[in-house]
Ligand binder design. Structure first.
Ligand code: GLN
Length: 493
């Protein structure tokens, strides 16, 4: 049996019936990584000892007749912006190349308590800044569906690992789409909960008012299971919300009759048919399942990219000031004085995109420009949030494309940062509003090469249950493998 193709629930069944041990499942993954990751390059580092020790603990508990923990034996990949005690945590940056984390992020701690087996740390854009994983300070990750293309970003390593069966599920971080967009590009499920739903303790900060930790999986149920494990209040993160966490997985009934689905016209205008055809079919499928489809408007959508890129760069310029060669990681060896040491450390330690953002953010916050850029962006953020709050008076969920474009070729967009930023249009809105969002596969592009297309679902603050219910019903009805416009289903054909 191929242990690398299983879902979390299937792993649970195998462990329960003693058809496999957690050690066997972990070993199968490590062996597959050894072979396959040479071409995908999803991981930056592996931790086989930690993984096997944890797997042994799980097996010992089963042998002792203890009840199975909810994620027992599930092999997991963790994005390298999330701290893992005793392991290198680089943020895919040269400046943290040899940084070893002194503690575990709350999300990692909760997953291991629930029996999950951490296999290693995954590649990403440096400090999670990017949409293709090409901004990694080490090497790019390849899309497992087409190795000449990007896996998306910034959590491209986590998404590629799950898609290539190098992990059953993974943690990523999402500030403006970094879980949802790579999930769409790699044909898997990725979710960002409400801001505050999951503790950020141990997540290296990029833009603190927008940062989230969230799960990737190959099924909606797996994503629900991981999310409900990591969600919930944490005294170590003052922005984590003291709101009770539902049993998301048990709420997945497949019944979405009567759910009101909003479709924002701003997200469909100008959308290419290679993405739009599948989204339309996805909406038709939801309608067949008994949802009512309601056209809505989110009028401030056009301002979202500008607003997001002012706020996230402003926050990044402040958060990244701590990498000064004194406290963390790399320090330039040749310098004449302290100023020179700061300058050379940051010049050599940071890559081009990180420097660009620090400069943009410092500019937006500087006196004389603060009101015109940063303050204005904060006001626009309020308007974008209000758009959603008003829309949710009329609808339960909102359905949109995840990305306006399918996975592109490695190298194709690296010289044009603005084009890269503009492709984030459908994901940054929910980040600014703090509402939850999920991306699920919805078939492949109609023309060759058939590439993955993702559908995004938003819900109101803390209504993760409804969002997961809709995504799960869609999956159950065959939505992940929707036939493209040509009629032929490229997935099953
Ligand atoms: N692509 C977006 C950016 O470059 C989102 C990144 C993220 O969510 N971490 O900022």
């Amino acid at each position: 049996m191929d242990f690398t193709a299983l879902t979390i629930s299937q792993i649970q069944e195998l462990l329960k019936s003693r058809q496999a041990t957690a050690v066997e499942i972990a070993e199968a993954h490590l062996a597959h990584i050894e072979q396959k990751d040479k071409e995908v390059r999803a991981y930056l580092s592996l931790c086989p000892e930690r993984a096997l020790e944890q797997a042994k603990r799980v097996d010992a508990k089963i042998a002792a007749g203890e009840a199975l923990a909810p994620l027992a034996g599930a092999p997991l990949a963790v994005k390298d912006v999330i701290l893992t005690r005793g392991l290198r945590t680089t943020c895919a940056s040269r400046i943290l190349e040899n940084f070893v984390a002194p503690y575990d992020a709350t999300a990692v701690e909760r997953l291991e308590q629930a029996g999950a087996v951490v296999l290693g740390k995954t590649n990403c854009d440096e400090f999670a800044m990017g949409s293709s994983t090409e901004n990694s300070g080490f090497y790019p990750t390849h899309n497992p569906h087409d190795l000449t293309r990007v896996p998306g970003g910034s959590s491209g390593g986590s998404a590629a690992a799950v898609a290539a069966h190098l992990a059953t599920a993974a943690l990523g971080s999402d500030t403006g789409g970094s879980i949802r967009q790579p999930a769409a590009f790699c044909d898997i499920v990725g979710m960002m909960g409400t801001y505050g739903r999951v503790s950020r303790y141990g997540l290296v900060a990029f833009a603190s008012s927008l940062d989230h930790i969230g799960p990737f999986g190959r099924s909606v149920r797996d994503v629900a299971l991981v999310l409900q494990t990591i969600a919930g209040h944490d005294p170590m993160d003052s922005t984590s919300a003291p709101v009770p966490v539902g049993d998301y997985a048990s709420a997945l009934t497949g019944n979405v009759r009567g759910v009101r689905v909003g479709v924002p016209n701003e997200y469909l205008k100008g959308l290419s048919s290679e993405i739009g055809d599948n989204i339309q079919k996805a909406i038709d499928l939801l309608s067949k399942l008994g949802c009512s489809i309601i056209p809505i408007s989110l009028p401030h959508t056009d301002y979202a990219i500008a607003c997001y890129y002012i706020i996230c760069t402003a926050e990044a310029s402040s958060n990244l000031a701590r990498y000064d060669g004194v406290r963390y990681g790399f320090r330039s060896p040749q310098h004449t004085d302290l100023q020179d040491m700061y300058r050379k450390t940051r010049d050599r330690g940071f890559g081009a995109e990180v420097k660009r953002r620090i400069m943009l953010g410092t500019y937006a916050l500087s006196s004389g420009y603060y009101d015109a850029y940063y303050l204005k962006a904060q006001k626009v953020r309020t308007l974008i949030t209000r758009d959603f709050v008003e829309a949710f008076d009329e609808v339960d969920v909102i359905v949109t494309p995840t990305s306006p474009i399918p996975p592109f070729k490695l190298g194709e967009r690296v010289d044009d940062p603005l084009q890269m930023y503009l492709a984030d249009i459908y994901t940054v809105t929910a980040s600014l509003a703090g509402i939850p969002g999920i991306s699920v596969p919805c078939g492949k592009t109609p023309s060759k090469p058939h590439l993955p297309v993702g559908m995004q679902v938003f819900a109101k603050h803390f209504d993760e249950t409804k969002l997961l219910q809709v995504a799960h019903a869609f999956e159950k009805a065959g939505g992940f493998k929707l036939a493209s416009a040509g009629g032929e289903n490229p997935v099953t054909a």
